[in-house]
Design a protein around this ligand. Sequence first.
Ligand code: 5GP
Length: 116
Amino acid sequence: MTDTEPSVFTKIVAREIPATIVAEDDRVIAFEDIAPKAPVHVLVVPKTQAYANVGELASADPELLAHVVATARRIADERAGGQFRLVFNTGEAAGQTVFHVHAHVLAGELQEGTLA
Ligand code: 5GP
């Protein structure tokens, strides 16, 4: 992915790809994962695609990372009584497939053998 190629998540922000959006503000968007691995599986994504992974985001904009986490908690409060897993796959070997940082909010029983 380059800066000139919009990621799949940027296309969701732009409404070029449909998604079930559950929260949105000026900095983040949250929507249901297209291939859910648990009864609640929502992705929380900064609108900017400037950061490929959580390490880059933490270094460059810790306040935005905190906002991602706060949004995840609010969604989990609404949908899962505040009991949830927060997963940031980082790197191909760790299962990352979309290199536009995103948090997986997972609640309920996970599909066997996966953390998203
Ligand atoms: P990763 O593997 O990078 O940690 O997570 C990427 C996630 O994005 C996967 O769980 C995958 O199902 C989800 N995903 C990929 N493309 C789309 C899409 O077009 N729409 C939605 N809603 N989720 C997507």
